[in-house]
Design a protein around this ligand. Structure first.
Ligand code: ADP
Ligand code: MN
Ligand code: MN
Ligand code: MN
Length: 336
């Protein structure tokens, strides 16, 4: 029987790209072909040269439509010369991963997000007012403390049904804020799975009239921002038992503070203030168990002398292909 393929891609919206998708009916027994779209409607092309190409790079079962239907994540290329479109950050990540393959780098990304009502206020904020201060919401249970759990349950099951590497979920510090984790896998796998998981969250949010926001600081004031803590390790970091490789990775990243922070998502200065479990965006630090450091080394990693480190700086709205590429290049580049 013919089936539906939902082609998903990342657009050219600034300062933070949006996800787009459209449906192609595929004949029985055929695989999803290269397709195209009107780039002039997605900030990816001028009107007189509007064609962009969609190159399928990752597909998985469609957990919403079920049956033989699939989701197809695509890279965007120029229709004319076939080169990666300027908005296509995945292509560069593939290159970096190949170049430094011997280091066997893996990542786990903690995606935080905020659910908004259609009027733009966070779910869990009363109309025209504020909820009680932060405290009872993180990993909370009970009406008035957690919001929209039905959507989170649906999304988690959808990720599992799609075969994505989802690892867990938790309610976050600000009401209406949640997190899921994807990993641990190589840069491209984790970024592909995260992108499809983000699409599923937006899509399921439609059913609940909830808008998914990845904004770094959706509420000004004494409310936590939303990040995408990026946990990483090389083979040496996982195997050396004297912390040497882990410290060398942190030192290498500390030499390229601006390059990383500038590419960790829009409005990072509003989120990385030094308060609310963050380090200031322009001051680099790393430390064991320190949630006020740029990079945290988990306590059990220090105990074992090996494992991984957590770059706490990437925003919820970061591009995972760019974040993981930079960490691969900086950490492996210094170790090569
Ligand atoms: P926390 O909220 O305490 O910072 P989480 O449990 O939310 O931590 O996330 C931990 C993340 O660390 C997961 O995404 C997991 O995949 C990742 N992780 C664990 N071990 C490694 C490793 N060796 N290399 C890279 N990432 C790792
Ligand atoms: Mn977490
Ligand atoms: Mn968190
Ligand atoms: Mn974390």
């Amino acid at each position: 029987m013919a089936y539906q393929a939902e082609y998903i891609w990342i657009d050219g919206t600034e300062p933070t790209p949006l996800l787009r998708s459209k449906t192609k009916i595929i004949a029985d027994g055929k695989t999803p072909p290269v397709w195209g779209f009107d780039g002039s409607s997605t900030n990816q092309a001028p009107g007189d040269k509007s064609d962009c190409a969609l190159i399928p790079v990752f597909s998985c079962p469609d957990p919403i439509r079920g049956g033989d239907n699939i989701l197809v994540l695509c890279e965007v290329t120029n229709a004319v010369d076939g080169k990666p479109h300027p908005t296509n950050t995945r292509a560069a990540c593939v290159k970096a991963q190949k170049k430094f393959a011997k280091h066997e780098m893996i990542f786990g990304i903690e995606q935080e997000y905020t659910l908004l009502k259609l009027d733009g206020t966070p779910a869990g904020f009363p109309d025209g007012g504020y909820p009680a201060p932060q405290g009872p919401y993180y990993c909370g249970v009970g009406a008035g403390r957690v919001e929209a759990r039905d959507l989170i349950e649906d999304h988690t099951q959808a990720c599992l049904d799609a075969g994505l590497m989802i690892e867990g979920t938790n309610a976050e510090v600000m009401p209406g804020q949640w997190e899921f984790q994807i990993g641990a896998a190589d840069a491209i796998t984790v970024s592909d799975h995260l992108t499809v998981a983000r699409w599923l969250l937006h899509r399921l949010g439609e059913d609940y009239n909830l808008v998914v926001s990845f904004a770094a600081k959706p509420m000004k004031g004494d409310w936590n921002g939303a990040g995408a803590h990026t946990n990483f390790s090389t083979k040496a970091m996982r195997e050396d038992t004297n912390m040497k490789a882990i410290k060398a990775a942190c030192e290498a990243i500390g030499k390229k503070v601006d390059l990383h922070v500038k590419n960790y998502g829009h409005d990072i200065e509003s989120r990385l203030t030094g308060a609310h479990e963050t380090a200031p965006y322009n001051k680099f630090s790393y430390g064991v168990s320190n949630r006020g450091a740029s990079i945290r080394i988990p306590w059990q990693v220090e105990r074992d002398g090996k494992g991984y480190a957590e770059d706490r700086r990437p925003n919820a709205n970061c591009d995972p292909y760019t974040v993981t590429r930079l960490i691969v290049e900086t950490v492996c580049g210094a170790a090569s």
